[in-house]
Design a protein around this ligand. Structure first.
Ligand code: AMP
Length: 466
C-alpha cells in the first residue's frame, strides 16, 4: 500500500513525501481511512508506530474542506499528557499541513500564558494542549470550544497515570456533543475503557503491535556493576564506544542532575531533562541533543515520554525503573522505524528485584556482560526461571435484571468490552507467537494494578512531567 491509496489530497501527499515516508505504517493504513470516513477511532498504539501522522494527516484533510475558524475558537483539540509531546505533535501538524491554509498552535504550562492567548485570538484550526493550561485558557475565555469538530486524546493511559482524569472529564463536558473522537493509548486497562465509554461512539478499533523493540531491532544487555562505579563505567562505555548520541535514564531528578555534572566534569557534553527544569531549558536541551550538539541527554521516565528522536542509536538505563513496563518504553526510544539500536543497563545487586520483574515482562533473560575492572563486589544473583504471564480469567458477565443488558455494556449500543481482552481488535493472524507474546506482555494489562498511580492534580495545574 502507498500513501496515494489512502484518499489524501495532493497538498498533504507532497508534505508526506518531503518527510521521506513512502509506505504508511500499519496504524496509518488503518486509521487514515477510518478518520476520513468521519468515524470514531480507538487505537492501541505507542509512540514510534507513526500514530501522530495516523491521526494528523486525515484531520488536516477533513479540516481543509470545512468552515473557517472563528476568533478564539478551535476546530480540532488534541490533548496530550506532557509538554514535550504537545510540542512534537504540533510540530508534526505544521509539517504535514504546510501546504494547507490551516492554522495550528500548542499550549502548555510552565511558560507565559499571554503569548498563547494572543495566538488564540484569531482562532486556530488545530490546537494541541496539555489539560491544565487548556483549562486555564478556557477559564480566561481565551479559547472557546463550540466549534470543535474533532477531539484527539493522545497517550490516554499516561493522562490517567498523571492524574488528569478530572481535567479530561471537565473538558469533555465543555465540548459540543456532536464531534469525532479519536483515542490513542499504549495500554488498555479497565480504567481507560471506562473513559472510552463516555468518549467514543461505535469506534473503529485498531491494534498494532507496539514497535516491539524487545524482539528484533534492539540489542539489549546488562552490565552488572556496583553503585559507586556506575558513573565511571558509563563514562568508559561512552568513550570506548565513541557514542555520539546517547539517552540515559535515571530514576530521580537529582540523580539526573548529579550524573550530568559527572559527565561534564570529564568533558562529555550532557544535559538533564526533567520536571524541575524550566520549559525553556528542556526545549533547549532536546534541541541541542537532536542537533548533535550535546552527546548525552539524561532523562527521567516521565520527561522522556513521547520524545521522538529519530534513529537514536543508544539508550542506557543508568538505573532500572521500578515499573517494569517503563523499561519497554525506555528502550523504545531506540531502534525506531526499523532502525537498529542498543539498550544497555547498568545493574547493581540492589536492583535485582527490578531486573527480574523486567525479565518477566519481556519474557526473556537479559544477557549479562562483566566489564573488566568493573566487576561488582556485590554480585548480582542469578535470575530465576521466567514465569509465563497468564491472561486473567474472563469474568462472568453480570446480568442487570432491569433491562436485561449485561452490565458494562456501553451506552449508545456499543459492543461490550470483555475485561480479559488485552488489545482492541486482536492480532493479525499472520503474527507469530513471539510477537503475540510480546505484545501482550507490553500492554500493561497482564498486571493491571502494578502501574504507577499519581495523586490527582488540581484542575488548574499545568501538565508537569516528573
Ligand atoms: P510517532 O509514533 O507518531 O511518534 O512517529 C514515530 C516516528 O516515525 C516519527 O519520527 C515519524 O517521523 C516517523 N514516521 C511516521 N510515519 C512514518 C512512515 N510512514 N514511514 C516512516 N517513518 C514514519
Amino acid at each position: 500500500m502507498s500513501f496515494t491509496d489512502l484518499g489524501l489530497s495532493a497538498a498533504i501527499l507532497e508534505a508526506v513525501e518531503q518527510q521521506g515516508y513512502d509506505t504508511p505504517s500499519p496504524i496509518q493504513a488503518q486509521a487514515i481511512p477510518a478518520v476520513l470516513e468521519g468515524k470514531d477511532v480507538m487505537a492501541a498504539a505507542q509512540t514510534g508506530t507513526g500514530k501522530t501522522a495516523g491521526f494528523t494527516l486525515p484531520i488536516l484533510e477533513l479540516l481543509s474542506g470545512g468552515k473557517k475558524v472563528k476568533p478564539n475558537h478551535i476546530r480540532t483539540l488534541i490533548l496530550t499528557p506532557t509538554r514535550e509531546l504537545a510540542a512534537q505533535v504540533c510540530e508534526s501538524v505544521s509539517l504535514y499541513g504546510k501546504n494547507l491554509p490551516l492554522t495550528s498552535a500548542v499550549v502548555f504550562g510552565g511558560v507565559k500564558i499571554n503569548p498563547q492567548m494572543q495566538k488564540l485570538r484569531g482562532g486556530v484550526d488545530v490546537l494541541v494542549a496539555t489539560p491544565g493550561r487548556l483549562m486555564d485558557l478556557h477559564g480566561q475565555r481565551a479559547v472557546k470550544f463550540d466549534q470543535v469538530e474533532i477531539l484527539v486524546l493522545d497517550e490516554a493511559d499516561r493522562m490517567l497515570d498523571m492524574g488528569f482524569i478530572r481535567d479530561i472529564k471537565k473538558i469533555l463536558a465543555l465540548l459540543p456533543k456532536r464531534r469525532q473522537n479519536l483515542m490513542f493509548s499504549a495500554t488498555f486497562s479497565d480504567e481507560i475503557r471506562e473513559l472510552a465509554k463516555g468518549l467514543v461512539n461505535n469506534p473503529v478499533e485498531i491494534s498494532v503491535s507496539p514497535r516491539n523493540t524487545t524482539v528484533q531491532s534492539v540489542e539489549q544487555w546488562i552490565h552488572p556493576v556496583d553503585k559507586n562505579q556506575k558513573s565511571k563505567l558509563l563514562i568508559k562505555l561512552i568513550n570506548d564506544g565513541n557514542w555520539r548520541q546517547v539517552l540515559v535514564f535515571t530514576r530521580t531528578k537529582h540523580g539526573a542532575n548529579r550524573l550530568t555534572k559527572s559527565l561534564e566534569a570529564v568533558n562529555i557534553s550532557a544535559a538533564a531533562i526533567h520536571g524541575n527544569k524550566s520549559q525553556g531549558a528542556r526545549t533547549k536541551a532536546l534541541a541541542n541533543f537532536k542537533a548533535g550538539e550535546i552527546r548525552v541527554l539524561v532523562a527521567t521516565d516521565i520527561a522522556a515520554r513521547g520524545l521522538d528522536i529519530e534513529q537514536l542509536p543508544q539508550v542506557v538505563n543508568y538505573e532500572l525503573p521500578n515499573v517494569p513496563e517503563d523499561y519497554v518504553h525506555r528502550i523504545g526510544r531506540t531502534g525506531r522505524a526499523g532502525a537498529s539500536g542498543n539498550a544497555v543497563s547498568l545493574v547493581m545487586a540492589d536492583e535485582f528485584k527490578q531486573l527480574i520483574d523486567i525479565e518477566r515482562v519481556i519474557q526473556k533473560h537479559l544477557t549479562r556482560e562483566l566489564v573488566k575492572g568493573f566487576e561488582p563486589a556485590n554480585p548480582l544473583p542469578k535470575s530465576p526461571a521466567i514465569r509465563a504471564i497468564k491472561a486473567p480469567r474472563p469474568k462472568k458477565p453480570k446480568v442487570d435484571h432491569q433491562d436485561g443488558q449485561r452490565s458494562g455494556e456501553m451506552a449508545s449500543g456499543h459492543k461490550p468490552v470483555s475485561k480479559n481482552r488485552r488489545h482492541m481488535g486482536g492480532q493479525q493472524p499472520s503474527q507469530n507467537k513471539s510477537q503475540n507474546q510480546n505484545q501482550s506482555n507490553n500492554d500493561g494489562n497482564a498486571k493491571p494494578n502494578n502501574r504507577r498511580r499519581r495523586p490527582s492534580r488540581s484542575s488548574h495545574q499545568a501538565a508537569k512531567p516528573a
